[in-house]
Each structure stands twice: as C-alpha cells, then as structure tokens.
Design a protein around this ligand. Sequence first.
Ligand SMILES: Cc1cc2nc3c(=O)[nH]c(=O)nc-3n(C[C@H](O)[C@H](O)[C@H](O)COP(=O)(O)OP(=O)(O)OC[C@H]3O[C@@H](n4cnc5c(N)ncnc54)[C@H](O)[C@@H]3O)c2cc1C
Length: 561
Amino acid sequence: APSSESHQPRAAAASCSLSSKDTYDYIVVGSGPGGLPMADRLSEAGFKVLLLEKGPPSSGRWGGTMKPSWLSGTNLTRFDVPGLCNQIWADRNGIACTDYDQLAGCVLGGGAAINSGLYWKPHPDDWNMSFPAGWKAPDMQAAVDKVFTRLPGTMYPSMDGKLYLPQGYNTISGGLSAAGWKSIVANEQNDQRNKTFSHTTYYFSGGERGGPMATYLLTASQRKNFAFWTNAGVKRVVRTGGHITGVEVECGGSSSVINVTPNTGRVIISAGTFGSAKILWRSGIGSKDQLDVVKSSSDGSTMVSSDQWITLPVGNNLYDHVGTDLEISHPNVVNYDFYAAYTRPVQSDTQAYLNGRTGILAQAAPNFGPMFWDIITPSDGINRHLHWQARVEGSRSTSMTLTQYLGTGSVSRGRLTINSQLKTIVSKSPYLNDQGDVAAVVQGVQNLRDALSKVSGLQFIRPTSSQSSQAFVNSIPANPGSRNSNHWIGTVKMGTDDGRTGGTAVVDTDTKVYGTDNLFVVDASIFPGHITSNPTAAILIVAEHAAAKILALPQPGAAKN
Ligand SMILES: Cc1cc2nc3c(=O)[nH]c(=O)nc-3n(C[C@H](O)[C@H](O)[C@H](O)COP(=O)(O)OP(=O)(O)OC[C@H]3O[C@@H](n4cnc5c(N)ncnc54)[C@H](O)[C@@H]3O)c2cc1C
C-alpha cells in the first residue's frame, strides 16, 4: 500500500513577499523540468536560491487543491493521479498559460504537472546530431546517470506490477513482431531505436505522478538556503548593460524588483520555450522587430532604452515534433473512458487506486503502448528518427490512434514572435517545410502500413486503403492545429555561433545569454534540434548538465551559506 507519509508537504510554497530586501545568489524563473533540477543543484552547492513560479501549486504535496470529488479527503489532486492526466483536454482553466497561442502548463511543475509522464532515455544521436561540442552523447552521460538515478521511471506504474487493458499493446506489438521489428526495454536499450518497440516508460513512482516535483523540488525544499514562491510571475530582468541586477516580479496585483547578490548573483530563466523567449524580449533582448513590438506595448514605459538592447535571434529555430495521426481498429481493442473517471468513475477502479495505487488509473490516460521507432534516411542523406506512440483512442470503441513524431534529424524550423498584447504567437509553422522531412514522414507511414498489413482483423481507418501514404501525409495541414505535439523547443538556441554577429545562437555552451555577464537560460528553449522521443527526460538531463557547467564557472567571491 502507498505510504501516505510520502505525500506530506515538506515546505509548502510561500506567497511572494515583494517588500523583502533579501538578495539571492541565484534566482531561477520557472519550475518545469528545466527549472527544478537547477534550483536543486544550485541550492545543494550552498548558494542562496529563490525559485519563482508564475502559476499556482499543482500536486497536493505542494498545496495544490484541484481535484474531483472522489479525491476529497486525500492529499492528492488531479495532477497526482496518472489516469486523470487527460483532464487537461477537458478543463484547463487556471492551469494552461493564457499568454501563449499554444498549450503549456502555467502551474508548479510546468509541463511535468500536466503531461502524460512518458519518459525516455535519449538516443545518442539526439545529442550528437544537433547539440554543440561539450553536449555530445559522451559528455552527457554523467547527467543522464544523475537523472535516471533520481527518477528511474517505470514500465509498470500500477503498484501490483500489472499492466491493465493490454489488448491494444498486444495487437500492435504482435503485428510489429511478426513483421520483424524487435522488442526492447526502451530505457535499457536506448541506442536501439530502429524497427524496435517497447512498453511505455513513465516517470511515475509509487502509483502517482511524482517526477521532478517529488524529487528535485523535495530535496531543494529541505534546505534553509532555498525559497520558492508560487503565483509569482517574472516580467523582465533588470539590467545595466549586460549585467543583471535583479528581476521584476508581479504578484497579487503589484510588482517589485528582487535583486541578486551584488556583483556575483545570477539569474536562470527556465520559463519554457514560450515563456523564456517572452522574458528575454521584455528585457530588451531579441531581434529589433520584436523589441519594437514590446516597446509599443503596455511595457513601453518600463522597458530598457533601445541603446541597451541586445540583438539576438530569440524566437527563431522554433520546432516541435511533427505529429501525424493514423487510426486503426481491431476487435480485440478495449477502450476505457478516462474522462468519465473524473466525474463518474468506476467505483472499483477508484477504490483500487485509493487503497493500493493499483489498476487502470495508475496508468496514464489514454492507455499508451506500444511505443515504437524507425529511422529513415531520405535522399539528402540525413537520418530522421521517428517515434511512434499508440494509444487506445479514436472514432470507434475498438480504435487506436498511432501518432508518428518526427524528431532527431528534422531540418524544418518555424518562428515564435510576440504581439502587442504581449502574447507569444507561432507566426511561422515549423512543420514539414523541408522535402527530406516530408519524405521521412511519408516513408515512415508506409513502413508501418506494411508492417501491420498482415494483422488479422486490423483495419486502417486513416489512411484509407485507397489512399497513398504520400497523399495521406499531404492531406494533413502542416500547422499547429493539425500537427501539434506540445513538444516545443528551440527559441533560445544554444550554440557557438554568437547571434549578435550574424550567428544563430542566443546562449553559449554554458547556457549564458550572449552579451550578458550573468543571465542563463535552461529549459527546452535552448535545444538546437529535436530529439527522438517525448522530451521531459532530455530536459532534466540538459538541466543537470547545465547546472554542472554553471557551477564550474568562476564566480568571484560568491558568499556561500
Ligand atoms: C499536454 C502536454 C502533454 C505532454 N506530454 C508529455 C509526455 O508525456 N512526456 C514528455 O516527455 N513530455 C510531454 N510534454 C512536453 C513536456 O511537458 C515539456 O516539453 C516540458 O514540460 C518543457 O519543460 P520546460 O522546463 O522547458 O518548460 P515548462 O514545463 O513549460 O515550464 C516552464 C515553467 O515556467 C513558468 N513560467 C513561465 N513564464 C514565467 C514567468 N514569466 N515567471 C515565472 N514563471 C514562469 C511556467 O508556469 C512553468 O511552470 C507534454 C506537454 C504538454 C503540454
């Protein structure tokens, strides 16, 4: 049985105290998979750290309260129960960020409070193909080990070790196996992502979401030199030239500047692919056209003067996995209504969950698996990695949706911009604006159709049998409405080619913003290119690696606590 002790809050998030005159060695902005390991590692090193999160608490552990009635009287919220993760599609009020045109979590934990917990040790190509020197697979191994030691993940999230309603998994994996694809344990054989399939791995633990909020934040919160505030949004960094002196924080209808330790303090922005770009723009860091927009907005009077602007290509290099949904139906597939689990649940399922963290509600909605992989090399010679995820969902009760993500190797990019209401907009769609990318997606669809063609009783609903794979792929618009995977990266690209002088990079390989002394960005926004699979594990790894790099930088005279 789960230990209720494991779910007691250690130190609830505090509300902001804007009148405080305290200064901090590090201010970390944002509590997603990028921000939480940073806050933990920097406070572990003895520095005085303040973590600022714009959203409210999510998990019950940290004072979250949003929950269905069957969880009342428990210290669990909707965010803690894996089987309730689909609720984000039914009701995202007070959870999703309202200042982006795409979905992101503006709550404690960021995306790692609302996502499905899918959790993958990256393939070596994920680092080797797009990350700069110092961030290649051998360089990343120590950080990979740190993350998977703290958060090993599991293929069996129910505490009785059983997989519930596995018929969909069995149907698809049986077909792939018969077609010669190999079964692997994904996070033990992470270099084998070609014509292979696996059970789904989640970062869940103890039958609950867990994840970085239950590990990195927990240890950070036990330190006296660590503070964190929720409902505390950062408007901008305050700077003199390239030296950051503090951040302007908005909370409870007022705003104030919280300073870093004079001379030695640093600011780490981990506000996500949209949020980090936005803070940079509001701080006078970005391309002139976007800074002009901010200047003309309600920010105009407080914005740093234009002679202080740092010109960098913030918002370029935007990317997201290209999502292509196929749908099949098979008589063996058994559907489960995870939406009903919120308002009118099956009593035996809620009891199993509450009594022992067992059953279908300990698995993520909507019953994922198998996950499978394919590598395609189009005529341009660049390997493209395809990650496929099957889930029991679709237009029929016996349907499964098979989503293909195009990640590592993809060449297409889009652009993020900001409008005069200070809302971020995907103004250039990043999907399939390269012929090699299109060819890989088409070939991947064809490979899957071929592999499953001999499964008795399996019917393709999308594509239809008369549709060519090329015609099918062409029929799906290449825009976020049809292709969105919620795996946005890249707007604050890391690299050695300084964007102030015509290069493409916004941060250097220590994750420091070019042209600044003490401003760093650590989250999905710094990824130069995409990775094979869902990105949470890779973002945690990037944060671990960045923390080690930042701590290794000379920091003259920093006062340790
Ligand atoms: C619905 C959905 C499902 C997903 N499923 C999966 C999955 O199963 N597996 C997987 O690996 N990935 C999944 N992802 C993607 C994954 O969650 C994200 O890639 C990841 O959370 C990004 O991490 P991050 O730290 O870069 O940013 P975020 O997680 O977005 O965190 C940024 C944090 O910063 C805060 N913030 C923003 N602006 C400010 C500000 N101005 N001041 C203070 N705080 C601020 C935000 O509130 C947020 O908490 C999913 C994403 C979504 C939206």
